[in-house]
Write a protein that binds this ligand. Structure first.
Ligand code: 13P
Ligand code: SF4
Length: 317
């Protein structure tokens, strides 16, 4: 399937026929981002999924995102073009492991990143995304223990910003972001001394970036730890002519559209998420034609997970 004008027309026609809204995450391929009704980060897309009038949501992203939309809108049909689009970070903890961890810390508040399965969310007090993780943790009384999962780099970022000692962090990681390492970042920063650094907090290099700034190798005001949505806001504001971007490479498309005069370059050009890229033009067409793959969440699990997801959508508005 070639993503040409005929494909775009067919996608639009079928979406109208199904009364479907098309949502695409910032890591999707450019053709999917451009055909979507809304493109954004996990938090923005969850908010749209919760408020859209359409009876069907087509989620061009990974499975936990579509599941989150279903938890928020149980009466809507939620479709994902390929249900095999998983997430290595979401796979790093299951509900049994979380129950065992909670038993070791009775009374602790559980904060789960949205990159988790519905079963894990059902064991969670508040969900967060990278754009509101700090606010979510700050909303919890300072004397309460917090279990933060599953991403250790995002957890380290939250601990650094909040200064919270009673935050326990699960040792999970996203293979794509963990692979963007500090040595690579230092090398790129040295080659581009005037560039801003936009760094997703899931990256293994986030700590190194702050270390580079602390050591004076990069001006501190050039280092920005941001969610994908935060990167877009910052791109529209930056005075810099060049920006080094540490996240999944799909992000470059929206950044270049938001600020065409800025030279955006990936810190690691191989940082591509194979799960996000399972949403191909052919898969989207099949999804709209056949109404597949439909996303189901056990209603009892969804009911237990809903409060945590709703709190996430409300915090940091
Ligand atoms: P955000 O869009 O919330 O920054 O999430 C990044 C991510 O890795 C999603 O899989
Ligand atoms: Fe999961 Fe990482 Fe892919 Fe995001 S980039 S979907 S966190 S594996």
């Amino acid at each position: 399937v070639v993503p040409d004008e005929a494909w775009r027309e067919e996608v639009r026609r079928l979406a109208r026929e199904r009364d479907a809204v098309l949502l695409a995450h910032n890591y999707q391929i450019p053709e999917i981002q451009d055909i979507a009704d809304f493109t954004g980060d996990s938090l923005a897309l969850s908010r749209i999924a919760a408020t859209s009038d359409a009876s069907t949501i087509v989620f061009c992203g990974v499975h936990f995102m579509a599941e989150t939309a279903k938890i928020l809108s149980p009466d809507k049909t939620v479709l994902i073009p390929d249900a095999r689009a998983g997430c290595s970070l979401a796979d790093s903890i299951d509900a049994d492991q979380l129950r065992a961890w909670k038993a070791e810390h009775p009374g602790a508040v559980v904060v789960s990143y949205v990159n988790t399965t519905a079963e894990v969310k059902a064991e969670t007090d508040i969900c967060c995304t990278s754009s509101n993780a700090v606010e979510v943790v700050q909303s919890i009384p300072a004397d309460q223990e917090v279990l933060f999962l599953p991403d250790m780099f995002l957890g380290a970022h939250v601990r650094r910003v909040t200064g919270r000692e009673n935050l326990h962090i699960w040792a999970g990681e996203c293979h794509v972001h963990a692979g963007i390492n500090g040595a690579e970042l230092a090398e790129r920063a040295a080659e581009n001394p005037d560039a801003d650094l936009f760094i997703h907090p899931e990256c293994g290099c986030a700590t190194s970036a702050l270390y580079l700034a602390g050591a004076g190798a990069v001006p501190a005001d050039r280092v920005k730890i941001l969610s994908t949505g935060g990167m877009l806001d910052e791109a529209r504001e930056t005075k810099s002519r060049s920006v080094l971007v540490a996240t999944e490479i799909g992000m470059l498309h929206q950044l270049r559209k938001a600020a065409p005069g800025v030279d955006f370059r990936a810190v690691n050009e191989r940082a591509s998420c194979r799960y996000m890229k399972m949403i191909t033009p052919a898969a989207l067409l099949r999804c709209l034609r056949d109404g597949a793959d439909e996303v189901h969440v056990d209603p009892a699990i969804a009911a237990r997970a809903r409060g945590a997801v709703q709190r996430m959508v409300e915090i940091g508005q």
